[in-house]
Design a protein around this ligand. Structure first.
Ligand SMILES: NC(=O)c1ccc[n+]([C@@H]2O[C@H](COP(=O)([O-])OP(=O)(O)OC[C@H]3O[C@@H](n4cnc5c(N)ncnc54)[C@H](O)[C@@H]3O)[C@@H](O)[C@H]2O)c1
Length: 388
């Protein structure tokens, strides 16, 4: 019923994400129309794409940069999207603006055109509600930088046609991506499961159990993560990372598991946004960076505490049917380069060990934040492993 064969792809918003998503579509052979209200943004996208594609040609990753570029056009006229079979929106993360754009574009495209949103934190269902034919709307959540990150979360809204979810999933595979299907709930998979990586590290830091350099050292050297939480938050920028945390916290009706930290909020208030402003948790203008305390017992405690919280989040997502165990694991490996899937990690430890960690934290703090997922308790009791 849905076929995207050789269809024209429209990209709304030619910023960081939109330009990358269009690059993927054009490389897969689609004609791509970039639409943006901001002309300098279109010009910037065109220049950057030309450089990127030329570099890819030099490296032998694509045959011809000019062939791919010839499939692309750039416009500030929404009517240019009228012949598209698929339109992917990647504009500013504001619900009312996205709804306006969806309602506007639906008036221009054909009945059969599929409309997708790259939102990372809004409800796809809310966005779809702006359309008369809401069943044609689906979430396609790419990761930054889109051409390099394999994962795409395919998110059906409650109105989405089931056949469209499957077709979008298949299309992402033909574009060389690794798709997973996620329920339309806050943070989808990756932005939900990753919260404790920051949140629990911040808690350990705020309590003075360890300093940031020690936590970063433990999570990379002993935990096998590519970047420590404080380095990563500085890299992402606190304007983005803190806002995601706060949005997820509000969207989950203030569940204490997702509670933001003052240590990070203050950085945002100070304008210490991380690497891009030269200062965040770390001061990048200083010649002396803080050194970790390489105490292995402390390091292992940090890793086990953060990983137990991450596993708990994955287990709870499985329990609530956010995605399959396989997709939950795949998402963290392909979306944020985790060293292993969280449920596989749990299998390695044994659910009983993970449950023990969480129950002892709960015992110590008496905070709802540390409540173990019921599925973890069940698996531990039955000595079962997750089907990853
Ligand atoms: N940056 C990330 O890491 C990331 C990752 C995944 C998803 N996302 C999501 O992708 C979307 C875009 O993010 P981004 O980082 O590319 O933003 P960006 O600021 O780099 O680009 C947004 C573009 O949209 C254009 N725009 C704004 N309003 C418009 C409108 N009404 N009509 C047409 N164009 C309009 C802007 O001119 C700009 O060029 C957001 O929904 C964001 O949540 C971002």
């Amino acid at each position: 019923m849905y076929s995207f064969n050789n269809c024209m792809v429209g990209i709304i918003g030619s910023g960081a994400m939109g330009s990358g998503i269009g690059q993927i579509a054009a490389t897969a052979g689609h004609q791509v129309v970039y639409y943006d209200t901001n002309i300098p943004s279109l010009d910037k996208a065109k220049t950057n794409l030309t450089t990127t594609l030329q570099k890819l040609e030099e490296k032998g990753k694509i045959k011809s940069a000019s062939d791919v570029l010839s499939l692309m056009s750039f416009t500030n006229d929404l009517n240019a999207l009228k012949d598209c079979g698929l339109v992917i929106e990647a504009i500013v993360e504001k619900l009312e603006i996205k709804k306006e754009v969806f309602s506007g574009v639906e008036k221009i495209v054909s009945e059969s055109c599929v409309l997708a949103t790259n939102t990372s934190s809004l409800s796809v269902t809310s966005i779809a509600s702006a359309c008369k034919k809401a069943e044609r709307v689906v979430g396609l959540h790419f990761f930054n930088p889109a051409p390099l990150m394999a994962l795409v979360e395919v998110i059906p809204a409650i109105q989405t046609d089931t056949a469209l979810t499957q077709a979008a999933y298949e299309l992402m595979k033909t574009w060389g991506k690794v798709p997973v299907v996620a329920k339309d709930t806050p943070g989808f998979i990756v932005n939900r499961l990753a919260r404790p990586f920051y949140g629990e590290a911040l808690r350990i830091f705020e309590e003075g159990i360890a300093d940031m350099a020690t936590i970063d050292w433990a999570m990379t050297e002993l935990g096998g993560f590519k970047m420590g939480p404080f380095t990563l938050m500085d890299f992402i920028g606190h304007d983005v990372n803190y806002v995601v945390t706060e949005t997820v916290f509000q969207s989950f009706f203030y569940d204490p598991r997702y509670k933001p930290a003052f240590a990070q909020k203050r950085l945002l208030e100070a304008g210490w946004l991380g690497r891009k402003t030269g200062r965040g948790f770390y001061n990048y203008n200083s010649t002396e960076m803080p050194q970790p305390n390489k105490n292995e017992t402390l390091g292992l405690y940090i890793v086990e505490r953060v990983v137990a919280m991450l596993i708990n989040e994955a287990a709870e997502a499985l329990h609530l049917n956010i995605a399959t165990a396989k997709d939950l694991d795949l998402s963290m490996i392909k979306g944020v380069n985790y060293p292993k899937g969280l449920l596989s990690w749990c299998n390695e430890w044994g659910p009983a060990k993970c449950l023990g960690m969480l129950d002892s934290l709960y015992e110590e703090y008496h905070e709802d934040r540390y409540r173990a997922s019921v599925i973890l308790r069940k698996y531990a009791k039955n000595k079962e492993l997750f089907n990853v």
